[in-house]
Design a protein around this ligand. Structure first.
Ligand code: HEM
Length: 488
């Protein structure tokens, strides 16, 4: 109590630090109740009800999945743009073993290694492996655009063929994107198309099974609740289920990495071949492929809902810039497309592909929201629900709406620091000393290339947009092909 009274008088920016409101309730029972609320009432509703109940955007609650998957579900939830960034400050929070949250999948799924995403920057291995990834991405930067254009050009061909194959047909963008994104990443990172190896076309389905074992505690499949609770949310599924899938993926990555020279870089950095390959597999399949599975349908979903007016403006910008560049699509040409860039940031703001971020307080802290300052004790788990930070109405007008021009112009640029999908502000770059996503620039480029190549080829389109597992499900229902092609 003495400690509590002493910090009662802690004052930050004139605000008296208070206890975080909310309670964890009855052990076990309340954790189960909170997890059912999270999964089945809808996540936004679940978090908003806590904000309303306690009149605070910093609240205590039990995070999913809870018992028995996680030994301790108790967290302090950060539900606004002001408190959330404490999670980026690695002097204040430890990020060891909490990439997926309050539970950690077995290292049997990653060759026995704790891969980069689970390492805290205070662990020397973190800087070594992150450097390897940053070096790989820098070395392959010129391969991204041609690999994207050839792979997604083929996706558009398939989409058209599906739509033309009969009346009333639609084309499942997610399904096509799964195969295409996997192929694109293999070619972009290692210069080796997975389908040209013994992996054949099995990469996406093998990856999805392996990803599912790690992410199912955070998913609902629409099965009867009792089944989902028992099968997905209570005990980890045995890693053995994905053993053969992982082996096949590992074979592809280790051979492709060896031929691309990245293993020599690993060697120079003091990382063993085996540890490098497991990390490259995780970065390619979990971080990159898992991210693209959510991001690209998310962008298409936003474009579909925005409708023809926006499509017209995008085609004008994109075709105008490409024509001005002599018909060439280059990274520099794409950089000049302000509306296209804004649209991609807005999609990442409205629906960040990775919604949850975690960190253990390294010491006693005071965390500020817009309305108050709150005491956090050393060791407590902070949990940011990112959509509430990036849809904070105190920062963004029409915060729940897709506003395509939001980031255009000087005023728009000022808002970029609140776009934090990469586990850091969009205005900053990842380093080996932090936990910001090393794929940040690549991801934004890929998002823009999708918009550019799509509107070089089509004037407009319609789609049915729903939800699935961790993101949007987009079924393309019609495509209006470009009347004139200004693209090369
Ligand atoms: C970390 C998102 C693509 C590699 C992260 C984090 C987020 C994120 C939110 C921080 C997680 C945390 O610590 O709480 C995304 C999204 C992507 C994407 C949404 C795509 C749409 C990529 C790509 C790579 C990559 C292309 C390729 C190398 C990593 C790695 C980490 C990471 C290695 C751990 C960083 C560290 O330990 O310092 N990513 N990412 N990600 N991401 Fe990405």
């Amino acid at each position: 109590m003495a400690k509590q009274r002493a910090s009662d008088s802690s004052i930050t920016d004139g605000l008296l630090a208070k206890e975080v409101p909310g309670s964890y309730g009855i052990p076990f029972i309340s954790a189960i109740r909170d997890r059912l609320g999270f999964y089945y009432d809808g996540q936004d509703k679940f978090f908003q009800s806590r904000v309303d109940q306690h009149n605070s955007t910093v609240v205590r609650l039990n995070a999913p999945p809870g018992p028995f998957m996680a030994s301790n579900p108790r967290v302090i939830a950060l539900l606004d743009a002001k408190s959330f960034p404490v999670l980026f400050d690695v002097d204040k929070v430890a990020k060891r073993d909490l990439f997926t949250g309050t539970y950690m999948p077995s290292t049997a799924l990653t060759g026995g290694f704790r891969v980069c995403a689970y390492l805290d920057p205070s662990e020397p291995k973190h800087a070594q492996i992150k450097q390897l990834l940053l070096t790989l991405l820098a070395a392959r930067k010129d391969a991204v655009l041609p690999a994207f254009r050839s792979q997604f050009g083929a996706l558009f061909d398939s989409m058209e063929a599906e739509l033309n194959s009969g009346a009333g047909k639609s084309s499942d963008f997610n399904k096509l994107n799964d195969g295409t994104a996997f192929e694109f990443l293999g070619e972009a990172f290692f210069g080796v198309r997975p389908s040209a190896t013994t992996l054949g076309s099995t990469g996406p389905s093998r990856s999805t099974r392996w990803l599912f074992l790690q992410l199912c505690p955070l998913m609902t499949l629409g099965l009867p609740k009792i089944l989902e609770e028992l099968l997905l949310h209570t005990f980890p599924l045995p890693p053995l289920i994905a053993r053969w899938d992982y082996k096949a993926l590992y074979k592809y990555i280790s051979e492709a990495a060896a031929s691309s020279g990245v293993l020599d870089t690993a060697n120079k950095l003091g990382i063993s071949r085996d540890e490098a390959c497991h990390n490259l597999l995780f970065a390619t399949v979990f971080n990159s492929y898992g991210g693209m599975k959510v991001l690209l349908p998310g962008i298409m979903g936003c474009l579909a809902k925005a409708g023809e007016g926006l499509h017209k403006r995008l085609t004008k910008e994109i075709r105008g810039e490409v024509a001005a560049a002599g018909g060439k699509v280059t990274v520099a040409t794409v950089e000049r497309m302000e509306l296209t860039r804004s649209v991609v940031y807005e999609a990442l703001r409205l629906d960040p592909p990775v919604k949850y971020q975690y960190g253990h307080a390294k010491r006693d802290l005071v965390v500020e929201s817009h309305d108050g300052a709150y005491k956090v004790r050393s060791g407590e788990m902070l949990f940011g629900y990112q959509p509430f930070a990036t849809r904070d109405p105190k920062v963004f007008d029409q915060a729940d709406q897709f506003v395509p021009d939001r980031f255009v112009g000087e005023e728009g640029k000022k808002l970029l620091k609140y776009v934090v999908w990469s586990n850091g502000p969009e205005t900053e770059s990842p380093t080996v000393a932090d936990k910001q996503c090393p794929g940040k620039d690549l991801v934004v480029l890929v998002g823009r290339l999708l918009v550019v190549d799509f509107f070089l080829r089509y004037d407009s389109f319609t789609a049915e947009v729903g939800t699935q597992l961790l993101g949007a499900q987009v079924n393309i229902t019609s495509l209006a092909k470009a009347s004139t092609s200004d693209a090369s």
